[in-house]
Design a protein around this ligand. Sequence first.
Ligand code: ADP
Ligand code: S3P
Ligand code: MG
Length: 185
Amino acid sequence: MTGEFTDRGPSAVLIGFMGAGKSTVGRILADRLGVDFVDTDSEIVRTTGRSIPDIFTSDGPQHFREIERDVVLDVLRTHRGVVALGGGAVMTPAVESALAGHRVIYLRIDADAGFARVADSDRPLIAGDDPHARYAELLAARDDTYVRASVFVVDAGAGEPDTVADVILTRLAHALTGERVGERP
Ligand SMILES: Nc1ncnc2c1ncn2[C@@H]1O[C@H](COP(=O)(O)OP(=O)(O)O)[C@@H](O)[C@H]1O
Ligand SMILES: O=C(O)C1=C[C@@H](OP(=O)(O)O)[C@@H](O)[C@H](O)C1
Ligand SMILES: [Mg+2]
């Protein structure tokens, strides 16, 4: 990503695959920064009154992505705190474009560690046969996009959520004080 950060917009936007800890670490990061936190999956549930598995199974993944796109674009326009996106949001071209110029952080997790964190959850994309293989395949297919959309990458397997939030705070402090705006370290 090149160009300048928007002067208005979220303090930070967390992206990455399922289980990276975007929702968990995002809330901690927002607390540390003293700003509000928005999780776009929670916004989808709140605004539709439906669960994510229900939208996926009743309406199909395409409809979920349309709802997700609209919610994410609205949050990016209006929210000034920390934002956690759902793992697939960035794969929608309109979302990737809208992220340009924002302080986007990729929480990167490897397939074994990430899968262990979500194996018992109700995430619809790993509901079928051989969920571990499906998880690994999707992660590999998305990694390049996550890197391209981000300003910097943080190891989401580096420790407990508090530790990951600390790493992000340190990197953000560097980005805000020293580095040329918009340059990926
Ligand atoms: N750094 C971490 N170390 C251990 N477990 C974690 C960590 N980050 C998140 N988790 C756990 O992994 C699961 C998925 O986390 P979540 O924040 O929902 O990830 P995401 O939003 O990226 O899918 C949750 O049970 C959460 O408590
Ligand atoms: O990777 C994905 O496509 C998805 C990730 C989920 O969010 P998390 O990344 O927060 O688990 C949720 O948006 C939905 O189940 C689809
Ligand atoms: Mg999440």
